[in-house]
Design a protein around this ligand. Structure first.
Ligand code: FAD
Ligand code: SF4
Length: 491
């Protein structure tokens, strides 16, 4: 009788802290747009995967917005089965190289990791870095591990917006045998992953490869096509059997203070788009659109977008980059890693200051910003302590450029042209059935930032997947709702 194959032995690494990741030296990296963290080697990734305690209750999986079986992929990698680990991740997440880089793991899976005991000097398993390693390994070795495309169903689906929500929905729906067309307003697909998050945090090559993979599976992309202007939603509906709206939250908010219209005052969106999407930093050699020569720049805000703007500005070689925020360091919403990188790169934080006016240089351009000093009062409705002005304490900061990065609202072009699409009047977001992501228009689904307001890449991907599951059901049965006996959606 032949013996059953032996299970590979589990190797445990009892190292208390995360396996460190090498990074570009701050002295050098402020002169280039190349990626800052350099990634794990195979040995480092396996070493880190073996730190996972294989908890039976899997708190990390519950902490992950799409429920990746983290202990399972850690175990497979720890045993040297890279392809198995990739398959396990791809059951839930089709963009591991991207999520491994940009997900706020410290607030999700890593926060609730059993190993995470800061008071005992113990750190969580480095889930994000290991996920990134597996995603990169797969890309570099041409291993996709995506399921086969099902036979054609004859159904046609339109996806509006090519950010992470739209791309995930497109990937799932094409695999289920539907004919998928993505309509995108800009000239390059990827949404914020392309025009917002800079090259030094997310190399564009990774995104381009993923999109090429979708094209190989049969997804069609129509660029420079703002639905609502180029064609109405009604017309798209008449041409397709189902529609997914993933148009994101790209409408910048402003401070509404005097001088905001002066030359040299940008929204973060415009500034990042000029540099990331149009390649303004490579003007005139490789790009047609220049970005302004900057001497002193102030970025207003302290979220991820503000850190990206400040760190992008740093690489344009100005004399000074200031980051102005009305609360203290403790309340900064950006990821800790981004704040740390910004400080290492010499960005000067102007905390507890709020802009009250931009001053004119006499020629219609900004020459300075007036700042009101603040102190922290009682907590407001967000739970954070409310900034309160310190009477009479006003400063002037000499600048020639400012970037406003205080948040973004839903992209309005499509929704405003379609009043019958129910939305939240105050926030402008589209209202959907939480179970199916179907909107008030039958056969029209929505997900990502256009539904939640500005959130995260992984939440947008989770929404795209949830909608795709319901859309498939709608296309095949006429109803998006699951029956009582049906297996739950894949997310
Ligand atoms: P988006 O990514 O916004 O994509 C929407 C797409 O729809 C865009 O390409 C847009 O051009 C297109 N579109 C809009 N209107 C139309 C129309 N009418 N017709 C056709 N196309 C249209 N999240 C993280 O998890 N980690 C991070 O580190 C992080 N950093 C960020 C940095 C910046 C600078 C910004 C702005 C956001 C960041 N976020 C981060 C948030 C994250 O990127 C978003 O939550 C996510 O991209 C939302 O995905 P989405 O698919 O809903 O929309
Ligand atoms: Fe591993 Fe941490 Fe998840 Fe436990 S919580 S299974 S140690 S990653």
């Amino acid at each position: 009788m032949s013996e059953a194959p032996k299970k590979p032995k589990r190797v445990i690494n009892r190292q208390k802290t995360k396996t460190p990741m090498r990074e570009q030296d701050p002295k050098n990296r402020i002169y280039n747009f190349e990626e800052v963290p350099l990634g794990y080697t195979l040995e480092e990734a396996v070493n880190e995967a073996r730190r996972c305690a294989q908890c039976k209750d899997k708190p990390c999986t519950h902490g992950c917005p799409v429920g990746i079986d983290i202990p399972a992929f850690m175990l497979l990698l720890g045993q040297g089965d890279l392809e198995g680990a990739l398959r396990k991740i791809k059951e839930k997440n089709f963009l591991p190289a991207i999520c491994g880089r940009v997900c706020p793991q410290e607030d999700q899976c890593e926060l609730v990791c059993t190993l995470n005991k800061p008071d005992k000097g113990r750190e969580s398993a480095s889930v994000g870095r290991v996920e990134r390693f597996i995603g990169d390994w797969a890309r570099e070795n041409g291993i996709s591990a995506t399921p086969e495309v099902a036979p054609p169903t004859g159904k046609k689906v339109a996806i509006i917006g090519s950010g992470p929500a739209g791309l995930t929905a497109a990937s799932d729906l094409v695999q289920l045998g539907h004919e998928v067309t993505v309509f995108e307003a800009l000239h390059k697909p990827g949404g914020v992953l392309f025009y917002g998050i800079p090259e030094f945090r997310l190399p564009k090559k990774i995104l381009i490869d993923e999109i090429e993979g979708l094209k190989d599976m049969g997804v069609k992309f129509v660029m420079n096509y703002p639905v609502g202007k180029a064609e109405s939603l009604d017309s798209i509906r008449s041409r397709f059997d189902a529609v997914f709206i993933g148009t994101g939250a790209g409408l910048p908010w402003f401070l509404n203070i005097p001088g905001e219209n002066l030359n040299g005052v940008y929204s973060a969106n415009e500034f990042l788009t000029r540099v990331n999407l149009m390649g303004g930093y490579q003007f005139p050699e490789k790009a047609d659109t220049p970005v302004k020569k900057i001497k002193r720049i102030a970025v207003i805000g302290a979220g991820n977008t503000a850190m990206d703007s400040a760190r992008t500005a740093r690489r344009l070689r100005p004399e000074k980059v200031y980051l102005v925020y009305r609360r203290s360091r403790l309340e900064m919403p950006a990821r800790k890693e981004e704040i740390h990188h910004a400080e290492e790169e010499g960005i000067e934080f102007f905390l507890l200051h709020s802009p009250i006016e931009f001053l004119d240089d006499g020629n219609g351009a900004v020459r300075a910003i007036r700042l009101q000093e603040m102190r922290l009062g009682e907590p407001d409705e967000s739970g954070r302590r409310r900034p309160v002005p310190v009477e009479g304490s006003i400063k002037e900061l000499e600048i020639d450029t400012a970037v406003i990065s205080i948040g973004q609202g839903p992209n309005p072009i499509l929704v405003e042209g379609c009043p019958e699409l129910a939305r939240d009047e105050r926030r402008g977001t589209i209202l959907t059935d939480p179970e199916t992501m179907e909107t008030s228009l039958p056969g029209v689904f929505a997900g990502g930032d256009i539904v939640t307001g500005g959130a995260t890449v992984i939440l947008a991907m989770g929404a795209g997947r949830k909608a795709a599951t319901a859309m498939h059901r709608y296309l095949m049965t006429g109803s998006a709702k699951a029956t009582a006996t049906e297996a739950p959606a894949r997310v």
